[in-house]
Every structure is written in structure tokens, then in C-alpha cells.
Design a protein around this ligand. Structure first.
Ligand SMILES: [Zn+2]
Length: 142
């Protein structure tokens, strides 16, 4: 067993676990504070979206930068030390995400992806309000 690699991997796992619930909770609390009500983790929708606004036909995913491979993000880089292990795994995640987004769009859902590293942004509330407040008519008119 390569100790360095193992240590690096468990380090990543720890970071993911500890960060796991927090970004989603941030988004949930904010959406709630803005007056929006939602369902959580709807299993019968592609990708099991984190927040589902049924009447508005909108969903929000809160994606961990590492697991979901945030493009161009520091946290989204697969660890170079063990790319044989992480490479295919993370590629599958990203592929699953693409498939889910496509299926949702085809079924008429509007989708917002909020990356873990963006949940601390000052404009997060504005992004949520813009996305959720947009009406279907405004959307179709563009
Ligand atoms: Zn990121």
C-alpha cells in the first residue's frame, strides 16, 4: 500500500465529508429565507436534484467541486497522485451529471447548478432570486 496515496485519499474523503452537508444547507436556508418552498432530493427526477420547486418547474443542484468536477476550479482537480483511481470515477460522475441535466431540460425543467465554492459568494441570494423569480413567460420571450 502506498501510504502517501492512501493518506491523500482519506484527506480528500475527510474534506468532502466535512464539507458535504454544509453547502447544501446554505442554499436551503437561503431559499427558505427568500420565501421559496421546495422538496428535497426527489428520487424520481433525473440526478435526484437537491432542491425541487415543483410548481415553478425548477430544480437546484448543489454540487461538490471535487465529486462533480467543477471546471476550472481548484477543488475540482482530480488528485494527480492517484489519477488511475479517481480519473474514471470522477469522469463517470461528470457524465452522470450531464445526462441528468439533459434529461431534466428535455422534460421542461429549468436547472441551476450551484458549486460548493460559490456558496460563500455574496451574490448567492441574488442568483437564487433571479433564478427562482424568473417566470416561464420571461424565459420563453428571450
Ligand atoms: Zn468550485
Amino acid at each position: 500500500v502506498d501510504n502517501l496515496t492512501t493518506e491523500r485519499r482519506s484527506q480528500n474523503m475527510r474534506r468532502i465529508r466535512s464539507a458535504g452537508m454544509k453547502p447544501e444547507m446554505t442554499v436551503r436556508k437561503l431559499a427558505h429565507a427568500l420565501g421559496y418552498r421546495y422538496r428535497l432530493h426527489v428520487k424520481d427526477l433525473p440526478g435526484k436534484p437537491d432542491l425541487v420547486f415543483t410548481k415553478r418547474r425548477k430544480v437546484i443542484f448543489v454540487h461538490g467541486c471535487f465529486w462533480h468536477q467543477h471546471p476550472g476550479c481548484r477543488e475540482g482537480r482530480p488528485p494527480g497522485s492517484n489519477s488511475a483511481y479517481w480519473g474514471p470515477k470522477l469522469a463517470r460522475n461528470a457524465e452522470r451529471d450531464r445526462t441528468a441535466l439533459l434529461a431534466l431540460a428535455k422534460a421542461g425543467w429549468r436547472v441551476l447548478v450551484i458549486w460548493e465554492c460559490e456558496t460563500g459568494d455574496a451574490d448567492l441570494a441574488t442568483r437564487l432570486r433571479d433564478f427562482l423569480g424568473e417566470t416561464a413567460m420571461q424565459f420563453e420571450a428571450t
